[in-house]
Design a protein around this ligand. Structure first.
Ligand code: ADP
Length: 342
């Protein structure tokens, strides 16, 4: 549905140039909720603006439902934008208009006849549970309610694609969950394809079907949530599913092991201890269901140096188990997983 193909974008020239996007390719399937996650400055906003054709790539292209948006201009571009709804971090509502009028503005922009605008706006507000606030001003609403209006406005033109630019970053955790659940419900009910950007892994874990992890303008890893959780290739992906704190233990290397489905950790670890004659300790384990995927992770302390941990990781790989070394210095403190089961 959304095909981002080898997109690069650089700002400025010479030594001060910033490469905001470096050969980014992402495929989002129809009806999927796809998250792009990364730290501030990773290139997420530039990517979203490129999909919306607010930004032109230096090279590469973006195709949305068969239309190459990066090649459109003028009226064709304006028409295409109506098929792409956008939700913003700070809601971007017009303060001196009522809630209904804010949604009507979007309908006006798409050429809806005047007499049809209010009924349609009320219908959209009903969809997000805010029809009773139609004649309030945005200032009378809570942050969560304002974002509901933002969503109603984004959906007013009947888009196939919804882009979300940190839609929940300005909201408290409970409101964040409500807004994410609303986006998920609407995506399922309306068959919307959603591309959202966020710096929060929790957002990805809560509603995304698939995600791409970005760092310094590049996609360092992407896949379905199941792939990212059960076979992470990067530390960033591993953090989708943290297990306690990564304490450094003198003379030991810290290794995380992850596996899909039910726990097979103890037999594997017992085998390791036998194979290597090592006294491997289990520092923590968690079993969690994320997006219907059951995944387990175990954090081990392995006595020895890097050569030992490398051999252990290779041996686990032979068993089809993904493992990677955790560096307590760079990983720092990871919140203890609430659902840690052992
Ligand atoms: P994110 O959304 O992940 O925080 P951005 O896409 O906003 O990242 O920015 C990526 C990089 O590109 C940053 O280094 C940012 O400073 C730079 N950048 C973004 N937009 C512009 C611009 N219009 N002019 C110059 N630099 C920009």
């Amino acid at each position: 549905m959304i095909s981002i193909e080898h997109v690069s974008r650089r700002f400025g020239d010479g030594p001060d140039a910033v490469v905001a996007l470096d050969d980014v390719s992402i495929q989002v399937a129809r009806g999927q909720i796809f998250g792009v996650v990364g730290q501030s400055g990773a290139g997420k906003s530039t990517l979203l603006r490129t999909v919306n054709a607010l930004e032109r790539p230096d090279s590469g292209r973006v195709v949305v439902d068969g239309v190459e948006v990066t090649a459109l201009t003028g009226q064709a571009l304006r028409t295409e934008r109506h098929r792409i709804g956008m939700v913003f971090q700070h809601f971007n509502l017009v303060g001196n208009r009522t809630v209904a009028q804010n949604v009507e503005l979007a309908l006006e922009a798409t050429g809806t006849a005047k007499k049809d605008r209010r009924p349609k706006a009320l219908e959209m507000l009903d969809l997000v549970g805010l029809a009773h606030k139609a004649d309030d001003k945005p200032a009378q609403l809570s942050g969560g309610q304002r974002q509901r209006v933002g969503i109603a406005r984004a959906l007013a033109s009947g888009p196939d694609v919804l882009l979300s630019d940190e839609a929940t970053s300005a909201l408290d955790p409970e409101t964040t969950r409500q807004i994410l659940d609303l986006i998920q419900r609407l995506s399922r009910e309306l068959g919307l394809t959603v591309l959202l950007i966020t710096h929060e892994m929790d957002v990805v874990k809560r509603i995304c079907d698939a995600a791409a992890l970005m760092e310094d303008g590049r996609v360092i890893e992407q896949g379905t949530l199941e792939q990212l959780i059960t076979t992470p290739h990067s530390r960033v992906a591993a953090e989708l599913f943290p297990v306690g704190e990564a304490h450094g233990i003198p003379g030991h290397r810290i290794v995380d092991v992850t596996y899909a489905g039910l726990s097979a950790d103890r037999p594997v670890i017992a085998q390791l201890s036998r194979d290597f004659g090592l006294d491997v300790s289990i520092l923590g384990a968690a079993l969690e269901t994320i997006g219907g995927v059951q995944a387990g992770r175990t954090r081990l302390a392995i006595p020895g140096d890097e050569t030992t941990s490398r051999r252990v990781i290779d041996r686990l790989g032979d068993h089809g188990v993904t493992a990677w070394e955790v560096d307590p210095a760079t990983t720092g403190t990871i919140a203890t997983s609430a659902s840690a089961s052992t």
